[in-house]
Design a protein around this ligand. Sequence first.
Ligand SMILES: C[S@@+](CC[C@H](N)C(=O)[O-])C[C@H]1O[C@@H](n2cnc3c(N)ncnc32)[C@H](O)[C@@H]1O
Length: 288
Amino acid sequence: MFRLGYVAAGFLALIAVIMGAADSPSVAAYYSSFESRIGYWLLLGNTRHCGLYEKGALSPFPITKAQRKMEEKLYTRLGLGSGKLLDASAGSGYVAMYMAFKGFDVQAIDITPHHLQDARKNVKANGLESKVAVDYGDYHNLTSFAPEPFDGIYTMETFVHADNPEKVLSNFYRLLKPGGVLGLHEADFSRNSEKLQDVLRLSHCQNTLEEGGYERLLSKGGFNEYSIEDLTDEVLPMWRLFGIVGYVPYQIFKVFGIENRFINVMAGVEVWLNWGNGRYISVRAIKP
Ligand SMILES: C[S@@+](CC[C@H](N)C(=O)[O-])C[C@H]1O[C@@H](n2cnc3c(N)ncnc32)[C@H](O)[C@@H]1O
């Protein structure tokens, strides 16, 4: 087991040295890196969000079942019977498809080309082309949409990437019908260690707000009736797995000073080691 870890670490180290890495990568660079592609595919089947577990659960398996539970959680938090949704950063389309199976029409957007390709392929394979539209779209600029077409807008672990969160929220506000619901499932880091700062910068997650940050942002953006649920304990089993699987390779990368080139390994281990320095939250807000 450990020998395999050393071999894998050596192999990845070689690739890192050959490929190099940026100090502050763009979103596209982060998701297009060899490590992100392999990691998300191998561990998460290209669904790029956390699973939801019972509090106190130890086993993260089966991961896909826990990920569907997280999607179910977002669905219940939205609390909408039917209508039109904007999936504002769909990745490979799994959340959008979940909502479509629940009866919604979904407009899915993303900026990463290979995620869009994947999402289109998955939507087609599931026969959902009439329920899910997949298009390029940056949530900082949604002017191509007429005002107020959506009953609900959600992000699943994507708002953390926003360069200008106020602008993104005001775009969402403009696109929601009055009474429309906003749902955000996001990380929220209040007391970052130095290494966690590195993790956030290297994964282009600069929009992690201090505690109370979401409340301030939402009321400034005109939303009301917001509620925030803390799901941190319920995502721990998956992060524990990342921490354990990545621990040995991460220590080896640190010896060679190349840990910054393996941002997902670093994130998995550092978030686990610094558990409690951040929260996973479910935000729900209504446009008056
Ligand atoms: C962690 S993944 C989550 C994907 C998907 N929601 C899921 O749960 O599988 C974050 C996604 O946000 C997208 N993204 C980042 N910045 C974006 C932006 N400005 N506009 C649209 N999508 C963005 C990335 O391309 C990536 O697909």
